[in-house]
Design a protein around this ligand. Sequence first.
Ligand SMILES: [Mn+2]
Length: 234
Amino acid sequence: MRPIIGVFAEVDLEQNTKVQNTYIRAIEESGGIPILLPYVKDRDTMERFVNLCDGFFFTGGADIEPQRYGEQSKNTCGEIQYARDELEFAVFQIVNSTLKPIIAICRGAQLINVAFGGTLYQDILSETNTRISHRQIEPKNSPSHDVQILKNTPLFDLMKKTVMSANSFHHQAIKKLGEGLEIMAVSDDGIVEAVYLPGERYVRAYQWHPERLYEIDIYNRLIFDDFIKACQNI
Ligand SMILES: [Mn+2]
């Protein structure tokens, strides 16, 4: 049975919902059935959505509200979508009480980290000494920096190599790691590029955008094949 994947999307200031089709294509290509949760407030609606889905996809987008990790918003912080934060943190808590798999990309990775009690750099450029551009000028579907894959991690088990190509269009990143999470890839400047939750639950989060590289790079495609497989096996 093809698994049903619950997908999160942009929720703008008028509470309209919109998702990048690249996420939807990647799920379909790897065998999943994507469905979207719009902005809802009712807890029972969220629980029914979680019951309906076999796995969850936290996608990219606006910055997480810094107060959620105990910081005041700096002027380098980007757009915040309060309704989206409210929806995703609420549904995450419900999903987190199940064994259903989670994949998270970019903002999604930052959301997972904050949900587990971690913090973020509100702006990489002004808060770190990196010499790597994490906001590439190349098209989004071309790689721009490598990531180093740590051994003894699920990503290494999947890729069977220590370096892979990533694209990069984020200005925030994980600062303090969320409780229980472990790093599985970093860029050469030490910025966290992928994390996972050790143990029974499948929780994988990537700072880059494999959904825009899977057509040209088999390794990036493996990320989605692996997630969909995990959703089938639950
Ligand atoms: Mn990057």
